[in-house]
Design a protein around this ligand. Structure first.
Ligand code: FES
Length: 587
């Protein structure tokens, strides 16, 4: 059993795939669909791993599915370390599976395009999800020039992930929630003469300049060997980079076939790929519902759905704000109907505590949890599955905010977030933040915060007044939802018992829990830089995005400690040294 691509006949989105194009995988010709990512093209052939790690040669494939974890690296046309989930195939691409760390070949070492002139805007918005889009529009409507920077090929972020235009879907709205509203916003942004969209542009550093900030960015296909390098200046910044799934470690969680819930969603919704035929879904939070919907939508069987919080905790959490709960009844009823139609019976107070298999997932162990999420001995059950998808909330992408010296605080779920005032102004003058960056609260809150942040950023530049009472009301409403969400779906500390000393905590550097514990105990190291250097936890390609928060929880008495230097990455995303050196000389 293995991942597969949903066939077009019967697909509710009615895709019209173009003529297949030929690529090669390790020298063998493979037919791929135009618009597919490298990961989707590989998974459509049934593969779920295509790389081995540097240390123990562990197999790796997609894990996060959104470019955060760097598990899915491949060599494309001689360039190593290309994230397969981010790179769209081109006819004739030569894909090579990657063993450990590889150097580029001559063909992969093309010269990057240098843009010697910095682009300059009054407001620069980073991230084109729900918060970034509304921020860009709100700022532009006050009369300022706006640069909208996003790493993706299309706007919308993770929430409004769309099918590639190459799929030519007749009914894309059937895979989306709130599609009409999104399309209206997307089109207004695209048509606005004061907004310049910079797609496929990833920001790797921000520095202060005389009148604002300079963003250093790379442009072009993800991780290509010849990405353009350019500077983008803004007198005010709105940071809205979003968040990535939080996955808690358990025995076997680094086997191919274990995915974040967001990866399953991204592959299904954005590429029509099912991560497996018989899939187990586990975690906490309402996000599991659309993931289940997406999985059945691509033809996977959801063999089990496990919400770690008890029904009592969930009910008490949502009923803490009856107004919020009432507003979600219709949506909840829709999902209940979907689960019933597909005979999916979610179990509350249960989770996956181990994945088993020889180089890929073949089965999982689930167990009932006590109030603190400790597995209750004797309740373990084994289920056959070829994929397991897990998600325990989200972690905000804090790197750019930390590099602009924004103060952090605890978000509603206890996770790290950027501190903002009622105008979404951070502690750094001229830097505003919106969306999941200021606390996990969903798309509606993100959009409302974006409106406030965009208008406030424009006001910072022009000194004019902005009337925002309605957006402020929507922010207040969204914050009530975020608080109820956190109360209904807390992460309890007993998860630390799901792993043992052999379990990897840092997937990139292959640091086990035992090694981490010994490093912390031997030298009495506290979470942070010294523990990183001593154990190598967090020093891999993902720069600690996947492991740092968990490592902090495992080594700190305070599970919600906000450790600022976890997110302190002067280079926010990995950049090839060659690309990094040249533009500095030009400026
Ligand atoms: S998991 Fe990537 S650096 Fe630890």
């Amino acid at each position: 059993m293995s991942p597969f691509s949903r066939s077009a006949p019967g697909d509710p989105s009615e895709p019209r795939f173009g003529e297949p194009v030929e690529i090669s995988v390790d020298g063998v010709p493979v037919a791929a669909v135009p618009g597919q990512t490298v990961a989707a093209a590989l998974m459509a052939t049934g593969r779920d791993s295509w790389r081995t790690t540097r240390g123990a040669e562990r197999p790796r494939g997609v894990f996060c599915g959104i470019g955060a974890c760097f598990d899915c690296l491949v060599v494309v046309n001689g360039t190593p370390d290309v994230r397969a989930c981010q790179r769209t195939i081109q006819p004739g691409d030569a894909i090579t599976t990657q063993a450990g760390a590889q150097l580029p070949t001559r063909t992969g070492a093309a010269q990057p395009t240098q843009h010697s002139e910095a682009l300059s805007f009054e407001v620069v918005v980073v991230g084109a999800g729900p918060a970034g889009l509304t921020a860009a529009l709100a700022a532009a409507e006050t009369g300022v020039s706006v640069g909208l920077v996003d790493a993706g090929r299309a706007v919308g972020g993770q929430f409004h992930r769309q099918l590639p235009t190459e799929f030519a879907a007749r009914r894309p709205e059937r895979l989306q929630h709130g599609w009409a509203r999104f399309v209206q916003l997307r089109d207004r942004v695209a048509r606005h003469h004061r907004i310049t969209q910079l797609a496929e542009t990833s920001v790797w550093a921000i520095e202060e300049i005389e009148h604002g900030h300079r963003l250093w960015a790379q442009t072009g296909p993800a991780d290509a060997g010849r990405r353009g390098v350019r500077a983008v200046d803004g007198r005010a910044l709105v940071l809205a980079p979003g968040a990535y799934d939080r996955v808690l470690p358990f025995k076997g969680w680094d086997l191919p076939g274990v995915y974040s819930a967001g990866a399953a969603q991204a592959l299904a919704k954005g590429q029509r790929i099912a991560v497996g035929q018989r899939v187990v879904l586990a975690g906490t939070g309402p996000f599991l519902l659309p993931v289940a919907e997406s999985l059945v939508g691509v033809g996977a069987e959801v063999a089990g759905m496990f919400e770690a919080n008890s029904a009592r905790t969930i009910a008490r959490g949502w009923s803490s704000d009856p107004l919020v709960a009432r507003g979600k009844i219709g949506e909840a009823a829709g999902y209940a109907g979907l689960l019933a139609r597909h005979r999916i019976r979610p179990r509350t107070g249960w989770t996956v505590v181990a994945a088993h298999g020889d180089r890929r997932v073949e089965a999982v162990t689930v167990a009932k949890l006590d109030h603190d999420w400790r597995p209750i001995r004797g309740t373990e059950q084994q289920l056959e599955a070829d994929a397991v998808c897990v998600g325990f909330g989200f972690t905000a992408q804090l790197e750019l905010a930390v590099s602009t010296r924004c103060e952090l605080t605890a978000g509603p779920d206890g996770g790290p977030a950027v501190r903002v005032d009622e105008h979404q102004q951070t502690s750094t003058p001229g830097v505003f933040a919106a969306g999941e960056l200021t606390g996990i609260g969903g798309a509606d809150l993100a959009a409302a915060e974006g409106r406030v942040a965009g208008a406030a950023a424009a006001r910072f530049v022009t000194g004019s007044e902005a009337v925002l009472s309605q957006a402020h009301e929507e922010v207040a409403k969204g914050k009530r939802f975020a608080a109820a969400l956190a109360a209904a779906h807390p992460v309890r500390p007993g998860w630390v018992e799901w792993s043992d000393d052999e379990t990897l905590i840092c997937r990139c550097e292959e640091v086990s829990r035992g090694e981490l514990r010994r490093a912390a105990a031997d030298r009495e190291l506290l979470p942070g830089r010294s523990l990183k250097l001593s154990s190598r936890v967090g020093l891999g390609m993902c720069q600690g995005r996947i492991c740092s928060r968990n490592a902090t929880c495992l080594t700190s008495p305070d599970q919600n400690a906000v450790v600022r230097n976890e997110f302190n990455r002067p280079i926010a995303v990995p950049v090839r040294l060659k690309d990094l050196a040249n533009p500095q000389e030009d400026q």
